[in-house]
Write a protein that binds this ligand. Structure first.
Ligand code: ZN
Length: 114
């Protein structure tokens, strides 16, 4: 694997976002809202395909926050949100492409499914 797709350090701030240090020393910060709106799971992708926002829903607690985050193998980061949503897994490779100025695009096999 290329250095740029390896992850050296991850800082999760439950109220603001996630900071990732990649193997080539590039540091990227992902805003909480951006992460939630681009959640890679099938459900959120379906909503975006219909031009509907994955968040907030009528019952969503405000403000948005992360309740838990965990490594999903060497592959990506699983995030659990304070509205109970936890199906999205954010692959490092996609996060890096996003940080490099690409669009946040997650491959169809991202996410745990529903
Ligand atoms: Zn989702």
């Amino acid at each position: 694997m290329e250095d740029r797709y390896e992850v050296r350090d991850i800082t999760v701030d439950r109220a603001t976002g996630v900071t990732v240090v990649f193997g080539d020393d590039m540091t990227a910060t992902y805003d909480l809202l951006e992460l939630r709106l681009n959640c890679p799971c099938a459900e959120c992708r379906g909503l975006r395909d219909r031009d509907e926002a994955p968040w907030p829903k009528p019952a969503s607690p405000l403000p948005l926050a992360i309740t838990d985050a965990s490594l999903h193998g060497a592959w990506g980061l699983g995030i659990e949100w304070n509205d109970g949503h936890a199906t999205g897994i954010y692959p490092w490779e996609s996060l890096r492409t996003w940080a490099d100025g690409g669009k946040p695009s997650f491959s169809p096999d991202s996410g745990r499914g529903v």
